[in-house]
Design a protein around this ligand. Structure first.
Ligand SMILES: Cc1cc2nc3c(=O)[nH]c(=O)nc-3n(C[C@H](O)[C@H](O)[C@H](O)COP(=O)(O)O)c2cc1C
Length: 171
């Protein structure tokens, strides 16, 4: 797909069809992680791939701050790995590892669209609850979750600020 076309096609979808995603497709999506930029190439992130229906429902109902929806056939849970970036001190632990996990989320979100699927970035969740439910060790900090599935709605583009409000040319 053309890059711009892909970017425009990506919209937050919060209603998914009750249809499983082939594991080969999931592997294909994950393979994009092999290409992403990370601070010092340290790859200070980790991703949990959740396909167990009961667990997914629990994460959504107990871990999400708001009930956006009750089902998705797949969850990607992106974690920062702060100690892995500790060679950059506090900036590595508190910023670079979060940025690495965020970049990973962004690339995966776009590859999801490339594979004919949809997602929504979920930031409003309780990291401690999600960590408990998925048995995530304390060295990882969950920072973003992407519920993924075949779209069952067609979201329209929401109004944006103008580029002039969002940028300033210097020079
Ligand atoms: C960092 C971040 C956190 C977000 N958290 C949530 C969330 O917790 N729940 C939700 O429904 N959408 C969440 N979103 C999705 C945004 O609401 C959505 O991207 C925005 O309204 C623009 O709409 P679009 O994605 O359809 O272009 C989040 C997006 C980002 C980038």
């Amino acid at each position: 797909m053309d890059f711009r076309e892909l970017i425009k096609k990506r919209r937050s979808v919060r209603k998914f069809k009750d249809e499983k995603i082939d594991s080969e497709k999931i592997k294909e999506i994950l393979s994009i992680l092999d290409e992403i930029p990370t601070a010092g190439n340290l790859q200070s992130f980790f991703v949990y791939v959740v396909t167990d229906d009961e667990l997914i429902k629990k994460v959504i109902s107990e871990g999400f701050m708001k009930a956006y929806f009750d089902y998705a056939p797949l969850l990607f849970v992106f974690c920062a790995h702060p100690e892995n970036a500790s060679k950059y001190g506090d900036r590595g632990r508190n910023l670079f590892s979060i940025q690495d996990a965020t970049i990973a989320t962004t690339y995966v979100m776009l590859e999801v669209v490339n594979q004919g699927l949809s997602s929504v970035w979920v930031g409003a969740f309780y990291p401690d609850v999600v960590s408990r439910l998925l048995d995530i060790p304390s060295k990882y900090l969950p920072v973003s979750i992407l519920p993924v599935g075949y779209p069952d709605e067609e979201p329209i583009k929401k109004e944006r600020k103008s580029i002039n409000e969002l940028s300033k040319w210097i020079g």
